[in-house]
Ligand binder design. Structure first.
Ligand SMILES: Cc1cc2nc3c(=O)[nH]c(=O)nc-3n(C[C@H](O)[C@H](O)[C@H](O)COP(=O)(O)O)c2cc1C
Length: 191
């Protein structure tokens, strides 16, 4: 074997090692594993925080993203909105939603986001759960709050999602915090 052929062989052997290593990495990366599942990130957001978190999740997991919107918008003013929300939650009011997700049955995993409103999920998210049959799907809640934390948000969401497989490891973050999202998604270990 001449020296040229020897170098060629060494080069090929090294390339093969790198290729194998890369494939192994791809197989163990949870973000890659999720690629064979159909994912939807659906969220309601009044002042933009849950939207920011939803977008950060979507950037990591891919799939589709959908903003839940009410037909009648809430007042611009914070206090007026909190007053209206309080009435709605006390009365179990379900606002009518604008539009709907196209063919929701196609999704295996749904990341579902809501702000904490008076210790529970926003009424729009309750309507979303009532309007869509999510039975058998994996639901991963994500909640944003203004200091109260999780409160009853995830337990109420779970109770309103009949037949769903709701993850107990939802995201609960202050306002629009996204720091730690990557690690949270990896720990979900979705396959
Ligand atoms: C109507 C209303 C009720 C709220 N109630 C609570 C609450 O009970 N506990 C809490 O920690 N934050 C509460 N907040 C603050 C929001 O949960 C927080 O700002 C959230 O990140 C807003 O999300 P958004 O920007 O996507 O609407 C409330 C906000 C509004 C508008």
């Amino acid at each position: 074997m001449n020296i040229r052929n020897l170098f060629k062989k060494i080069f090929l052997a090294i390339s093969a090692i790198f290729l194998t290593a890369n494939t192994t990495l791809a197989q163990t990366n949870p973000e890659q594993n999720m690629a064979n599942k159909k994912i939807l990130v659906a969220y309601y957001s009044w002042s933009g925080n849950t939207k920011e978190v939803a977008e950060a999740i979507h950037e990591k997991v891919g799939g589709d993203i959908y903003r839940i919107e009410t037909e009648q918008t809430y007042p611009e003013e914070y206090r007026a909105t909190t007053a209206q929300a309080k009435r709605e939650i006390n009365e179990g009011f379900r606002p009518t939603l604008k539009g709907k997700v196209n063919n929701i049955s196609q999704y295996d995993i749904i990341f579902l986001g809501s702000p904490n409103w008076w210790g529970t999920i926003a009424p729009a998210v309750s309507t979303f759960l009532a309007d869509n049959n999510l039975s058998g799907k994996t639901i991963i809640p994500f909640i944003t709050h203004g200091g109260g934390g999780e409160q009853n948000t995830i337990t109420d969401l779970t109770a309103q999602c009949s037949g769903c497989n709701v993850s107990k490891d939802g995201w609960v973050g202050y306002q629009s915090r996204t720091f730690g999202i990557s690690g949270w998604i990896k720990d979900l270990n979705l396959k």
